[in-house]
Structures are given as structure tokens and as C-alpha cells.
Design a protein around this ligand. Structure first.
Ligand code: FE2
Length: 427
């Protein structure tokens, strides 16, 4: 007997009426009508079955701290950093672990089974680093947590930061992070990029820098990142997160920059919910959108993922781990309303971040990990439109979360008894 058989699914590539057979943690067969006996059978009723959502950019050490010790009154990135600096000395291992585990529960409920989280290495105690390494091991059976060593207070402007970051990597943090736009000068920012990329190359690690998270059109550290990635042979292992200054850059300069990123093999990670709320705060009107140039990057062949970045923390008061909400915001901010463009927004929270994280066995095909989400939608665009309910979340061939479909019961004479928002003519 096999572990799980999902019947009559629609896949993100448009195939429909497909069965998916899972056994011992892997997908063993994907075909129109599979004859097999399984311990559990799920009837997908022609709804969408996708590999799980992947968040390429998150901060799990600060999540669910909203209001501690106070809220961000200006709504800016810089006040958020200052606020986090006030909170940091009071953090304890157990409190960080408790909040992170609670967030991972939310993530599982939303079908989000892989997260790349930056972890602040500025505190010499490395409290957050040790806590999230603990969390990474505890959630491993149901969620892949990848950690990035993130020198929040700057690598060069903050005494001891280089040493702290290296100690975090020694403890087993997976990826090298950075924040060049927070250094005191452009030159220091560029120097930090060089040092961090060299560190990643020496240690054989991936690199993912918070880069140019500002409205300053002259903040150009992604150029340094692309240059260093090419010089050091880090192609395919590097990402620039945020890149919001690209929104404000001169068009001529961007026409040079994007091909450089493409040639260097640098991926881009935009964070639509956070970029649209933190950026443009110094503007009167018109207010800039503050998200990087997603359609132009995609058109040039640069992989673009959308990250959640923050949920209920010093930078963002909202969020619930719903990557479809992230995709919907990215779609709106980038005006990606064409059919292919909307599909790309779904890819930006599934297949593209899976590639950026280097996830092994991601997808719906024989041999892939049996990690799947059954969505209450008929295709990826409908999933975004409805922020579709996660009817079933599967990890290693086992259903680990379920949700009811979203429906409203009506009591209007002559009208249907229910609506499910998927179309007309429903009973
Ligand atoms: Fe971030």
C-alpha cells in the first residue's frame, strides 16, 4: 500500500485530470488515472495542486513582535531599524523560539513550507542566531528553514560586526547576508559587498544581500554585487534583495545594470508588501512606489522572487504568512495584469524562490519530494485573485494542514444558496 493518492488534480502548467501518487516522502507517479491502493486518498476535484509556497526573504527573529516596545510612528525603514535596536537587548532565546514556531505554524497553514530567513548577527551574544538554528532543527520535519547571516547594524560601521557574522556562519548559518546601503559611505557599502562575496566564495556558500533598500537613485550596490559575483564565480548562488533604488534610477543607467545582473547570474528578490509601505516616505506627491523593476528584470531573464519580508514586526504591522497576498501585491504594484505576467507572479512565490534557495526535489514530478498544496482555485491566477484557501497541505506524503473552502451562504429569494467566488452558475 502506498502512502497518499491525490486524484483528479489540475497542475500549474495547465494539465488537468491528473493523479499524483506519493510514497515514502516522494512522488512516485503523475499520470491521468493511476491504479494503486493508498492509505489516504484525496479527491482534488479538478482544483489546483501546486508544490508548496516558498518565501525567499523573511525575518523570523523579529516576527510577531509588533508593538514591542512601541510601534513605528514614521513608518520608515530607519525607524524600524532603531526600534529593533531597542528591542534586541531584551530578546531571549525562548521568546524568539516561541514566536518563530508560532509563525511556522501559520506558514504551514498557508502551505508555505520553505522560508529563507535573515537572522540579525549584530548582537555579540548571537541570541537570535542560536534561537533560529534551534528552530531550524525543530521545524525540519515539516518546513525547510534556510538562514542568512544578516549584519543589520552594518558590517563596517558597527564594531565587531565582521567577527559576529563569521561566528554565526561557524555555528551553521547557511547563507552570507549584508546591508551595503546602511554603511556610512557608498565606498564602505561597496567594500562590504566585496568582503561578503569573498567570504561566500571562500566558504562555498550562497550570498543574499539586502541591497539598495532606499529611494536614493544613486544607491548602486547591486552593481557591485553583480560585478563581484561574476569575478568570484558565484553565478546562480547570489541574490540581491529589495533593490528598491532601481525604481528611482535613471533609465539609461538601468539599461546597463540589468544586463550586467543577467550576465552575472544574480537573482532579484522584491518584497512587495514591505517595499510599497516603507519606501516613498520622504516624498510628498507623487509618491514613488518603491518596488524594483520586476517586469523589466523578468524580460531580461533575471529570476525574480517575491518575499514576505516581515509579519507583525517593527517594519510592518500586518501579514499572516500568505504568499498569495504577497503575489497579489507584487502583481498590483508592478502592474503585471497580462495573463503571462500574472502567472509569473505565482512563479515568484513558488518555483523561482525554490531555485534561489537551491531546494532539492521541488516540483510535481516523479522523484520530487511529496510536498504539495491543494488550493481552492482552478488555476494559478484564480489562486492569486481569491487568495485561495489551502484545502490540504502535504509534507512528505502526509496531510499536515487542512482548511475549509471559502464560501458565503446567501439568503436572497431567487438567488443561489451559496457563492464560492469562482464563477457563475454555482448551486
Ligand atoms: Fe529584509
Amino acid at each position: 500500500m502506498r502512502d497518499l493518492l491525490i486524484r483528479d488534480a489540475t497542475l500549474a502548467d495547465g494539465r488537468t485530470g491528473v493523479d499524483i501518487l506519493c510514497d515514502r516522502g516522494r512522488i512516485v507517479e503523475v499520470a491521468p488515472r493511476i491504479e494503486a491502493v493508498a492509505g489516504r486518498v484525496v479527491d482534488a476535484q479538478r482544483l489546483l495542486v501546486s508544490p508548496p509556497f516558498v518565501d525567499a526573504h523573511f525575518h523570523m527573529d523579529s516576527t510577531l513582535t509588533f508593538g514591542m516596545p512601541r510601534v513605528n510612528a514614521s513608518g520608515t525603514l530607519l525607524e524600524g531599524i532603531a526600534l529593533w535596536g531597542e528591542l534586541k537587548p531584551t530578546l531571549t532565546h525562548d521568546a524568539i523560539v516561541g514566536r518563530a514556531l508560532a509563525y511556522c505554524d501559520w506558514a504551514v497553514g498557508k502551505g508555505l513550507l520553505a522560508i529563507r530567513s535573515h537572522v540579525d548577527t549584530s548582537d555579540p551574544r548571537l541570541t537570535a542566531v542560536e534561537a533560529l538554528i534551534d528552530v531550524r532543527a525543530r521545524v525540519a520535519p515539516y518546513l525547510d528553514l534556510q538562514l542568512v547571516a544578516f549584519p543589520q547594524d552594518g558590517l563596517l560601521r558597527s564594531p565587531g560586526a565582521v567577527d559576529n557574522l563569521k561566528r554565526a556562519l561557524d555555528l551553521g548559518v547557511d547563507v552570507v547576508g549584508g546591508i551595503p546601503h546602511f554603511e556610512r559611505t557608498m565606498a564602505d557599502g561597496a567594500a562590504s559587498v566585496r568582503m561578503l562575496c569573498e567570504l561566500a566564495a571562500e566558504r562555498g556558500l550562497r550570498v543574499d544581500l539586502h541591497c539598495d533598500e532606499t529611494d536614493d537613485p544613486l544607491s548602486r550596490h547591486v552593481e557591485s554585487l553583480a560585478f563581484e559575483v561574476r569575478r568570484l564565480g558565484l553565478q546562480g548562488r547570489a541574490a540581491g534583495s529589495h533593490l528598491t533604488s532601481m525604481h528611482s534610477m535613471d533609465n539609461y543607467y538601468v539599461s546597463k545594470l540589468i544586463p550586467l545582473m543577467r550576465e552575472a547570474g544574480v537573482a532579484a528578490i522584491a518584497n512587495p508588501l514591505i517595499n510599497i509601505t516603507l519606501q516613498g516616505r520622504h516624498d510628498t506627491y507623487p509618491k514613488r512606489r518603491g518596488m524594483t523593476r520586476v517586469p523589466e528584470l523578468l524580460a531580461a531573464g533575471v529570476p525574480v522572487a517575491f518575499g514576505h519580508d516581515c509579519v507583525m514586526d517593527p517594519w510592518y504591522p500586518l501579514g499572516s504568512g500568505d504568499m498569495l497576498e504577497v503575489a497579489a501585491m507584487g502583481l498590483h504594484v508592478a502592474q503585471m495584469t497580462g495573463t503571462e505576467a500574472m502567472r509569473a507572479c505565482f512563479d515568484a512565490v513558488t518555483t523561482i524562490p525554490a531555485r534561489i534557495l537551491g531546494l532539492d526535489g521541488y516540483g510535481v514530478a516523479p522523484g520530487c519530494r511529496a510536498d504539495l498544496v491543494l488550493l481552492d482555485a482552478r488555476d494559478p491566477v484564480e489562486a492569486i485573485r481569491l487568495r485561495a484557501a489551502r484545502l490540504a497541505v502535504v509534507r512528505a506524503g502526509r496531510v499536515i494542514a487542512t482548511s475549509p473552502p471559502s464560501r458565503a451562504a446567501l439568503d436572497i429569494p431567487g438567488r443561489p444558496a451559496f457563492v464560492d467566488f469562482k464563477g457563475v452558475g454555482l448551486e
